[in-house]
Ligand binder design. Structure first.
Ligand SMILES: Cc1cc2nc3c(=O)[nH]c(=O)nc-3n(C[C@H](O)[C@H](O)[C@H](O)COP(=O)(O)OP(=O)(O)OC[C@H]3O[C@@H](n4cnc5c(N)ncnc54)[C@H](O)[C@@H]3O)c2cc1C
Length: 490
């Protein structure tokens, strides 16, 4: 983020007179780089600092968009031409009980910071995303899920309580008993009800720093679902990679990874395997000859339909060779595979990427995802990467999870295909709505109010919007996502 560029851009956009000091103006980007916004960015490091940003917004008649690490793919933490309240400097561990595995953190603590802090005491977060960079505030706000959603639910299921700063400046403590409505609405509430100031999480006891990992190659989506159904009871984690280029009877072919925790006594050296330095991902590649920071440049020539068709096919066939052979991986290696290549998204420059993830009931998931993949092919926009997961419902009002499956598909965005991708996404939406499926705001870049109409009329969503009106009558907390997808429906 160059300050000079931001200032130049902002003045080019509209403002004659800065409402707030112009040295706060920055160009803020969605993680996928396909959307960006100019905002006044404030990065307080204390609760008082957060409060004074609230006060400032009220005085100047501006809105506030909350931002964690900015790891949502789309515009969930963008707030164009208004205030972006960045919580990354609120990153202190407030309390830790290593006997009970209960930790209280500020919202800007990242998943990476969290696991590194607790692992040597024999604990691991119940729920982590495929990257360790998100903050706990951002993760709670989207109610993130992991590769074990079908077993342990979402991160919200492991939040004991939180403190939230409401738009009126009051701080409320919320848990399943005290302010229970706010508890179930703000988790997954995409930063619309208030700002988390502290979050108390329960962690999972682990007896080793390693996981037992079993790769299983599957030749179709049908087989993928059969394997998930058969292994759901016994697996701690299950994740499927889907080759979206395969068609006909091979549609949805791919590779599943099952992982299981080690039981007490199975690891002869738990003190060593639980050490953080033995978990870390390697710094180099090419047999240690090149720093991994260069790796995205090697990927760039492949980030196109021809290159990715080849990479997907190679991955499928090499995966088949190792299918059924159990090996061991550290928690960090298994959980954060996507962090293996630093800044891999740069291979998608200049237009960036979006992800389309939908959640479909188990009964019709196979048919729906086949229809989606075929539709992408018809539009000549085959997803370059597909990831398949099993989910279960949770009690949070704005939940994305269903008793079923999700398929996340990555699309490269260029100036020539952008319109086509957005049109494709709205056709994919129609399939999801018809199938009784759900969407996920953490990944979304394209949803229109029309696609959200059925969701909008759900009783829990209506309760959420009433609560928003009650705690935030002037709509102080807003984001581009909220204005794009929700406001026209209100
Ligand atoms: C490579 C990659 C892999 C991913 N894998 C997964 C995955 O496996 N599972 C999954 O569920 N998600 C996944 N995600 C999505 C990511 O976990 C979520 O988007 C998460 O919310 C990002 O957290 P953040 O700190 O970056 O928040 P941001 O993206 O900055 O913000 C997310 C939301 O939280 C709100 N917010 C931020 N801080 C606060 C606060 N203190 N109080 C209230 N609201 C706040 C923002 O307004 C916004 O609505 C992945 C993302 C990437 C880039």
């Amino acid at each position: 983020m160059s300050v000079k560029t931001s200032v130049e851009r902002s003045s080019a956009i509209r403002w004659n007179l800065p409402v707030l000091p112009s040295d706060h103006l920055e160009n803020v980007s969605a993680w996928g780089m396909a959307q960006e916004a100019v905002s006044y960015v404030y990065r307080p490091s204390t609760v008082e600092g957060v409060r004074s940003v609230l006060q400032l917004a009220l005085e100047k008649g501006m809105t506030i968009g909350l931002r964690g690490a900015g790891r949502s793919y789309g515009d969930a933490s963008l707030n164009a031409e208004n205030i972006c309240l960045d919580l990354t400097r609120m990153s202190r561990i407030l309390d830790w009980n290593p006997d009970q595995g209960v930790i209280r953190v500020e919202p800007g603590v990242t998943i990476g910071q969290l696991w590194r802090y607790v692992l040597e005491d024999g604990w691991w977060p119940y729920v982590v995303s495929g990257t360790m960079f998100p903050t706990i505030g951002g993760a709670a706000s989207m109610n993130i899920h992991g590769k074990n959603n079908f077993q342990v639910g979402t991160i919200g299921d492991h939040i004991r309580e939180f403190e939230i700063l409401l738009p009126n400046g009051k701080i409320k403590r919320c848990n399943r008993v005290e302010n229970s409505d706010l508890f179930h609405a703000a988790i997954g509430g995409f930063g619309m009800l208030g700002c988390f100031l502290s979050i108390t999480l329960e962690l999972k006891r682990v007896h080793s720093g390693m996981l037992k990992v079993l790769p299983i190659s599957v030749s179709s989506l049908h087989d993928m679902i059969q394997v998930f159904e058969a292994r759901m009871q016994s697996a701690d984690y299950l994740v499927g990679w889907v080759d979206c280029f395969a068609s006909g009877s091979s549609i949805g072919r791919g590779l599943i990874h099952q992982a299981n925790y080690l039981q007490p006594g199975e690891d002869p050296m738990p003190t060593q395997t639980l050490r953080v330095e033995n978990q870390e991902l390697p710094e180099t590649f090419l047999f240690g000859l090149a720093p991994k920071s260069m790796m995205w440049r090697f990927m760039k020539p492949f980030v196109n339909p021809v290159g990715m068709r080849t990479v997907n096919a190679a991955r499928y066939h090499s995966g088949a060779l190792h299918s059924g052979k159990t090996h061991f991986q550290t928690h960090a290696e298994f959980a954060f595979l996507l962090d293996y290549v630093p800044n891999w998204k740069w291979a998608y420059k200049p237009g960036g990427l979006i992800q389309y993830q939908s959640f479909i009931p188990a009964s019709n998931a196979e048919e729906v995802f086949k229809e989606q993949i075929n539709l992408c092919r018809k539009h000549k926009e085959v997803p370059l990467l597909g990831v398949f997961k099993r989910h279960k419902p949770d009690p949070f009002w704005m939940t994305h999870a269903v008793e079923g499956y999700s398929l996340a598909m990555d699309f490269r965005v260029t100036s020539s295909n952008k319109e086509r991708i957005w049109k494709l996404a709205s056709e994919l939406d129609r399939i999801v709505v018809k199938a009784g499926g759900r969407f996920y705001f953490a990944k979304d870049s394209t949803l229109s109010p029309k696609s959200l109409e059925t969701f909008y009329h759900e009783e829990r969503v209506q309760r959420f919007l009433s609560l928003k009106k009650e705690v935030d009558p002037i709509c102080l907390f807003q984001t581009n996502l909220f204005r794009r997808a929700f406001q026209p429906l209100l």
